[in-house]
Design a protein around this ligand. Structure first.
Ligand SMILES: Cc1ncc(COP(=O)(O)O)c(C=O)c1O
Length: 474
């Protein structure tokens, strides 16, 4: 073949694949077709296929892994900046977000909304059909279990399975260290109640999940918002300084893929914070609900995995990975075990019986882990797409986070933007978003929003972002 034609061909193939990467048809980490497949698909020689991949390698779009093949590299959305580190006021604040949270969440349940607001996975992202077969089988075989209360600590087989899951986060424990709860929020509620009392100050990331704020509000405690980096999580020096300056009774963190920032603390920071708090005698409540949805394997370590003294109360649930409606979570309370078990008993005696048995069987079959990996892959692709569309449709000055796990994005909009008003305007167009104000006790983040790609994707997400981008620009 003529040399020029060869050049044109490899360039054409490289451009084709590059476009597929930009459009997220091929997503970060995904394996590309083999050289043989490329040569057959484009009817070119192996040498031309090799040259096309070499070009993509030079452009930093793909990498070759010896004996494995070619893979897509993470794509940087270069046209749009990341948000800066946050700077909340350095003083404890009474919290008052629960009413706003409840009214926005109730409103956003409307079935015909495009749900970019709720941090909830779509039906298609959850292994519900498979799990419901377990549930039906268990209902047939174990219906007599309904005649009794489950132990306050929870079903033993389920606790054994959770102990196995915990190894992924670098923490080895026995089933008898775990207590089953009605979801992560109950775990947080009990944990906080066990380690602090009304009027106490609780250190938190800023912004943080409004459920954490609700729990603090409900208990009559005060929130001390600590500066937080959108990539690396809580600023450890600021936390150390706050501990020196004020009396802090507990610290609540979401160290791996926080809500709303998607930040993940590096291992060294997790280690440092665990030791810092241990030394200061301040319990750490770790919320690890998104840790399993890492785009990379192995998933990041939990803070709990650095805990040698039982000072960390680890909280999580299956709400983001299997079913929010199941209402099953757990807590590993460390040295607060007896008190936590007692508080769980006082609250509601125990968690409902049959779903625990079904979940234990489901986890034993290994399907949960497979589904976790698949969902994380899909979320990674959706997040990249959403970032691109925000870059395309939102006005200059917009900033966006780049999480490496989970399905939440945090946007800093131009200063003039009022995200609560934007929320109302978007709802009129039947699109839900979450206004930033919900994530701060101090009423910060008025021009920020959280977007979720848990339940919305493709053309629907694109059109919705186009509309919101336009509203922001007006
Ligand atoms: C960080 C975080 N923690 C806890 C929860 C609530 O968990 P659960 O439904 O298991 O109570 C959520 C739900 O959005 C969350 O994002």
């Amino acid at each position: 073949m003529h040399a020029n034609k060869q050049k044109y061909l490899y360039q054409h193939i490289a451009n084709d694949i590059s476009r597929s990467i930009t459009d997220a048809d091929y997503i970060s980490g995904q394996k590309l077709p083999s050289l043989r497949e490329i040569s057959q698909r484009y009817a070119v020689s192996m040498a031309t296929a090799i040259k096309a991949y070499e070009k993509l390698e030079q452009e930093g779009l793909i990498e070759v892994k010896p004996k494995s093949g070619y893979f897509v590299l993470p794509q940087l959305i270069q046209t749009i900046d990341k948000p800066e580190i946050t700077r909340p006021k350095n003083k404890p604040t009474n919290v008052n977000v629960a009413h706003l949270a409840m009214s926005l969440i109730t409103e956003a349940r409307h079935p015909r909304l495009i749900k970019l607001g709720a941090a909830v996975p779509g039906e298609d992202m959850l292994p519900l059909a498979s799990f419901s077969r377990s549930l039906a089988g268990v209902a047939r075989r174990h219906w007599k279990a309904l005649s009794r209360y489950e132990d306050a600590q929870g079903n033993e087989s389920l606790r054994k399975q959770i102990a196995i899951l915990m190894r992924d986060s670098g923490y080895r424990c026995k089933a008898n260290e775990i207590i089953i709860t009605n979801g992560c929020l109950e775990s947080l509620n009990i944990a906080l109640r066990c380690v602090a009392k009304p009027g106490d100050t609780i250190a938190i990331e800023s912004p943080t999940y409004f459920g954490v704020l609700q729990v603090i509000e409900n208990r009559g405690m005060r929130a001390l918002e600590i500066p937080t980096h959108p990539q690396d999580g809580i600023e450890i020096d600021a936390l150390a300084k706050a501990i020196k300056q004020q009396k802090i009774s507990a610290c609540v963190l979401i160290p791996s893929y926080s809500n709303p920032l998607g930040a993940c603390m590096p291992d060294d920071n997790k280690h440092y914070v665990v030791k810092l708090l241990e030394k200061a005698g301040i319990p750490l409540i770790e919320n690890d609900i998104y840790g399993g949805l890492s785009y990379q394997t192995p998933r990041p370590k939990s803070a709990k995995s650095f805990d040698g003294s039982g000072n960390v109360l680890y909280c999580s649930s299956f709400s983001k990975t299997l079913s929010p409606g199941l209402r099953i979570g757990w807590i590993i309370p460390g040295r607060h075990f007896e008190n936590v078990r007692y508080q769980k008993f006082l609250d509601n005696l125990s968690t409902t019986v049959l779903p625990q048995i079904a979940l234990a069987e489901f986890l034993e079959r290994g399907q949960y882990r497979r589904s976790l990996r698949q969902s994380a892959n899909i979320y990674q692709g959706r997040m990249q797409q959403m970032q691109r569309w925000v870059a395309e449709y939102f006005p200059a000055g917009t900033r966006i986070t780049h999480p490496q796990g989970g399905f939440l994005l945090w946007l800093e909009l131009p200063n003039h933007c009022d995200s609560l008003a934007l929320y109302q305007q978007a709802m009129e167009k039947r699109i839900s978003i979450t206004p930033g104000k919900l994530f701060s006790a101090q009423g910060q983040y008025k021009h920020h929003i959280r977007l979720s790609c848990g339940a919305v994707e493709g053309e629907q997400a694109k059109q919705a972002l186009k509309i919101i981008g336009k509203l922001v620009g007006t």
